[in-house]
Write a protein that binds this ligand. Structure first.
Ligand SMILES: O=C(O)CCC(=O)C(=O)O
Length: 257
């Protein structure tokens, strides 16, 4: 596997990254686990936000799913709701991008494509269709005017719903994700790459609703923010919500499943 040069002097890194994308960098093709030249389909959500979908980005997604599922130290995250910690309906884990050849190649590819260093990798396991993720945006990045969220999805194709953020007084979940007339629904899975960009985390929500399937789905997420603009200072779900005079407790806690 070719290695990205450490040096950023004299455009060496830039030339290397261009070579990676065009195939000019000398790589042992049999060790490639991604399709560097897979076509990118772009959907403009509005003039500030967009979604890229790259179908078949991980050609042998079934093998990748088995490996990531069996080697990841999955954790059960619990979220403080009122007075009780409630388990999330999914398992998750933080992985190092250099811990596995597939993750390393994806990381390299995202760096080459977007010319930014991402933070990665947040892994989520939806064990079956009962595991889900409600509509939300990745506000924990705080600077939301210009972000990239790149998600490689292994396993079951399921609706990935994108909805324009409503005014604060509207309760988002009143209309289930994927059923509002203006909802956009993508169905990444089986090795596709989906990237949300621009002001998508500021102006739009995304979620993975419950689905009628017994099959697993794994998402691997890389994030980047330009840190430009005004940071979002509203409390996030990790801050928890407490409606008593007991001392404030952490908004989330983690245990092994
Ligand atoms: O699983 C996915 O495809 C999306 C994950 C997600 O929205 C998140 O972790 O914030």
């Amino acid at each position: 596997m070719a290695v990205l040069p450490e040096s950023t002097r004299d455009g060496e890194t830039s030339r290397w990254l261009t070579g990676w994308l065009t195939g000019a960098v000398d790589v042992d093709r049999s060790s490639l686990l991604i399709d560097r030249r897979a076509a990118v389909e772009t959907t403009a959500l509005d003039e500030h936000s967009w979604v890229h979908l790259v179908r078949g980005f991980v050609p042998d997604a079934a093998a990748a799913l088995d490996r990531v599922r069996s080697t990841t130290p999955w954790q059960q995250q619990e979220v403080l709701r009122y007075e009780a910690y409630v388990p999330e309906r999914r398992l998750s884990s933080g992985l190092r991008a250099d811990s596995d050849p597939l993750l390393r190649q994806i990381d390299l590819h995202l760096t080459a494509t977007h010319r930014q260093r991402f933070t990665g990798v947040a892994a989520i396991l939806y064990r079956d269709g009962e595991d889900f993720q409600g509509l939300h945006s990745d506000r924990e990045m705080r600077w939301l005017d210009d972000t990239l969220i790149a998600i490689v999805v292994l396993g079951q194709r399921r609706p990935f719903v994108i909805r324009r953020r409503a005014p604060m007084r509207e309760v988002v979940e009143r209309v289930p994700a994927g059923t509002a007339p203006d909802d956009l629904v993508f169905t990444p899975g089986e090795g596709d790459l989906l990237v949300m960009g621009g002001a998508c985390q500021r102006d739009w929500l995304h979620g993975i609703p419950r689905a009628d399937t017994a099959n697993p789905r794994i998402s691997l997420t890389w994030r980047w923010t330009s840190r430009r603009g005004r940071p979002d200072t509203n409390p996030g779900y990790v801050d928890g919500r407490q409606f008593s005079d007991r001392p404030r407790r952490p908004g989330t806690r983690t245990r092994r499943p």
